[in-house]
Design a protein around this ligand. Structure first.
Ligand code: BTN
Length: 325
């Protein structure tokens, strides 16, 4: 009932009458009043005026289950597991993904104690607000086709951020989201699969929303949304926008033979497009010019001998010649 009352209050600027809520839920006025008080304790500013009802005046920046359930989606993020602190939302999501009914499950926390980054690195929880979340999907595809999903996630995060902040984010292949030349989001995708079938994919997203200072070693290449757009970001609103974008893009990915629509949208945001890049493979590195992605989400790089190389994510890192981008 709390989630539903919050949703009703959020969806209007007007007053929602106490009687209307009682009738809707078939409960007493006291029961409604208790829920309103609980919401107030959590930081929601709710004005109560007799004969008019309740009106939501200010929403706190929470990522609790109730706060995050405002997405208009069919399945993405409709089930939420929230914990104030966790080791890693990816680790938690992978445990829960083993359960049958976990497609679309979203695990969210305020703080990670053992956050994981790509290539075995860690992902720190810095002071200030951030989004740490992992979405579980169970596509009926072969493992070889799953790498595109990480790009679908990057595209969706980039679109969601732009919708909410009015910034114009770009993507550093495969899945770093940048504002200008600095990173605001990293994505870690983990998969469980048999030889011929994906069991689940856990897509972990770490977004710097309200972080204001970064450790010296990353300050030149990291930023936050609040720093870039000069206003507070309501994380739940951003999460909802990302879920909506993801659901739409995922359905295009699964249901269309022709991925050109996704590739075009991704390509338009790709910072590496037409850029000189350095490809760092485990045992060698070479220079080339990036020519965008193929249908499998791999990066096409024309090397110095004019040969077109297909670069897979994973062990390979791509750098701009002047540094991180
Ligand atoms: C990167 O190295 O750029 C990827 C970082 C991914 C971090 C996110 S935060 C939520 C999820 N849980 C994790 O432990 N990692 C991902």
């Amino acid at each position: 009932m709390k989630t539903e009352i919050l949703r009703m209050l959020r969806e209007t600027d007007a007053y929602v009458s106490g009687q209307q809520l009682c009738d809707h839920f078939g409960v007493s006025r006291t029961a409604v009043w208790k829920v309103i008080n609980k919401l107030k304790e959590e930081g929601y500013e709710i004005e109560a005026i007799s004969n008019k009802g309740y009106c939501l005046k200010r929403v706190p920046d929470l990522v609790t289950k109730e706060a995050c359930l405002s997405a208009h989606t069919k399945w993405a993020g409709r089930k939420i597991v929230y914990g104030q602190e966790m080791d890693s939302t990816n680790t938690k999501a992978k445990q829960l993904a083993e359960e049958v009914d976990s497609h679309g499950l979203l695990v969210v926390t305020d703080k990670q104690n053992a956050g994981k980054g790509r290539r075995g690195r860690s992902w720190e929880s810095l002071p200030g607000s951030s989004i740490f979340m992992t979405l579980v999907v169970k596509p009926n595809i072969v493992p070889a086709n799953a790498s595109m999903l990480t790009l679908v996630a990057a595209l969706s995060v980039s679109e969601g951020i732009d919708m909410v902040t009015k910034l114009r984010t770009r993507i550093k292949w495969p899945n770093d989201i940048l504002v200008g030349t600095k990173k605001v989001c990293g994505i870690l995708t983990e998969m469980s699969a048999d030889m011929d079938q994906v069991n689940y994919v856990a897509i972990g997203m770490g977004i710097n929303t309200g972080v204001t200072t970064f450790p010296e070693e990353i300050a030149y290449k990291a930023t936050s949304l609040a720093l870039e757009c000069g206003k507070e970001i309501l994380r739940a609103e951003l999460i909802a926008a990302i879920m909506e974008c993801f659901e739409r893009n995922y359905e295009i990915f699964l249901n269309t033979e022709d991925l050109s629509q996704l590739m075009d949208k991704y390509g338009a945001r790709l910072v590496n497009q037409g850029q000189k890049v350095k490809v760092l493979e485990p045992n060698r590195e070479y220079m080339g010019v990036s020519e965008g992605i193929n249908e499998r989400g791999e990066l096409l790089v024309r090397d110095e001998n004019n040969r077109l190389k297909v670069v897979m994510s994973g062990e390979v890192s791509v750098r701009g010649i002047y540094g991180y981008v």
